[in-house]
Design a protein around this ligand. Structure first.
Ligand code: AR6
Length: 176
């Protein structure tokens, strides 16, 4: 495992990293899965900030692979970075690239905000149906490349909702 990366099991809304990443949809208006959990735990202010981002910067919605930040409301972290994962299998030949961009662009935003740590959920592997092992390898490679290329010291934590998902990730990235 890369020195800058660690792994945890649990609820990402309780994570104390400077930024936590939300697997949102392009509307930024909330939804199910981790998106629903983040909006519930963080409170109304996150939705208000998302509305402003939509009207000022993304009237047609946040494109897949892009990332934007809001504050984290009443959660322990400082920021939520909202990114939109690709929907599988409709993403076709661009699935891996788009998923990788979610991680890279979220890291960029976190670094711009001066964050020393960031927590990721397994983007696209729930409602959006991306195969988990393939997603694990794409996520891990994208994060490693960013850390090495940017010589970044940001601490990255992958938070899995279940021990089984965590184990699957660890096996998938072995030897990557
Ligand atoms: N903490 C950590 N991981 C979680 C949590 C949590 N509290 N809750 C779920 N997961 P998903 P997607 C895991 O469906 O596939 C929403 O409606 C979950 O087990 O949340 O990118 C959005 O609005 C899975 O491994 O996101 C979009 O419409 C991972 O988080 C759509 O779902 C991602 O599952 C996005 O779908």
């Amino acid at each position: 495992m890369h020195m800058g990366i660690s792994i945890a099991t649990g609820d990402i809304t309780c994570d104390g990293s400077c930024a936590i990443v939300n697997a949102a949809n392009s509307s930024l208006m909330g939804g199910g899965g981790v998106d629903g959990a983040i909006h519930r735990a963080g409170g109304r202010t996150i939705l208000d900030e998302c509305r402003l981002i939509r009207s000022e910067r993304y009237p047609d919605g946040l494109p897949t692979g892009q990332a934007v930040a809001t504050t984290a409301g009443s959660m322990p972290s400082r920021y939520v970075i909202h990114t939109v994962g690709p929907i599988y299998p409709g993403c076709g030949t661009r699935c891996d690239d788009l998923l990788g961009e979610c991680y890279t662009n979220s890291l960029k935003v976190a670094c711009e905000l001066g964050c020393g740590s960031i927590a990721f959920p397994a983007i696209s592997t729930g409602i959006y149906g991306f195969p988990r092992e393939r997603a694990a390898r794409v996520a891990y490679k994208a994060v490693c490349s960013f850390l090495d290329r940017e010589k970044s010291e940001i601490k990255v934590i992958f938070v899995f909702h279940s021990a089984a998902d965590r184990q699957l990730f660890e096996q998938a990235v072995e030897g990557v």
